[in-house]
Design a protein around this ligand. Structure first.
Ligand code: PGA
Length: 257
């Protein structure tokens, strides 16, 4: 794995209470050293964003924060959505964009992802673009046509932004998310190279080489060593494991973050 690496902690719709949030942050702060882990980003539910922030201050847990989703509109009549300006003003440095679950359950399209990307960068939020959602796909299957479309639609008009700022893309095959069955390292490497090739076509060789590609899908402390060996991957996006401080510490240790 090329370094420096990035680790994203996607809490999704967990935990259920502030008390549990406090427990996780306290435990995480105790197990991670007091170093600044700016390459680790936590994506809590928005309702707990301030709780996480104040707990971080109390425990001196120096990791970045991000939102799990962002609206394609900056502001307006969008019940239930989170606008980029409010996310930025609340201290979000990153936003997950195009996660499989939003594509699957909220019908987020590639075009929506492109607009969300635009809103994020207008407000200095770094997007982590998730790709790999394939409707009804079998375990192990990679649809390269769909994958290419997902990357191209979001990035082809963002040439100058990604040349200047770089880009983080998380490859998360639908069939590996939350199943306990991750993709195999060979598939991940093939996909990472494929994504880099598309980036090179869009923004040139230099951007291809500076692009961060994360893998997500059933990564935990018992299997992460298989993926740290993957040459073209620069980190991981964790779902289930992100709620378990011991898992996170185990993964961080093996990534040498
Ligand atoms: P998982 O989720 O680690 O629970 O498979 C990953 C994700 O959805 O980001």
């Amino acid at each position: 794995m090329k370094t420096p690496a990035i680790l994203g902690l996607n809490w999704k719709m967990h935990p259920a209470s502030r008390k549990e949030v406090q427990g996780i942050i306290e435990e995480l702060a105790a197990s991670l050293s007091l170093m600044r882990h700016s390459q680790i980003t936590i994506f809590p539910p928005t309702l707990f964003f301030d709780e996480v922030r104040s707990m971080q201050e109390q425990t001196q847990l120096y990791i970045s924060r991000g939102v799990q989703e962002i609206s394609d509109m900056a502001t307006g009549s969008r019940t239930g959505e989170i606008g980029a300006p409010m996310a930025a003003n609340s201290g979000a440095e990153y936003a997950l964009i195009g996660h499989s679950e939003t594509r699957q359950y909220n019908a987020v399209s590639d075009q929506d992802v492109e607009r969300k990307f635009q809103r994020a960068v207008e407000h200095s939020i770094v997007p982590m673009v998730c790709v790999g959602y394939q409707e009804g796909s079998e375990s192990g299957e990679v649809n390269y046509t769909v994958l290419k479309e997902q990357v191209q639609t979001v990035l082809e008009d963002k040439r100058s932004y990604i040349r200047d700022n770089g880009i983080i893309i998380a490859y998360e095959p639908t069939w590996a998310i939350g199943t306990g069955v991750p993709a195999d390292p060979e598939t991940i490497e093939t996909v990472a190279l494929f994504i880099r090739k598309i980036i090179a076509e869009i923004a040139g060789q230099d951007t291809r080489d500076t692009t961060y590609i994360l893998y997500g899908g059933s990564v935990d402390s018992s299997n992460v060593s298989r993926f740290t060996e993957v040459e073209n991957i620069n980190g991981f996006l964790l779902g289930g494991a992100s709620l378990k401080p011991q898992e996170i510490t185990g993964i961080v240790d093996q990534m040498e973050l």
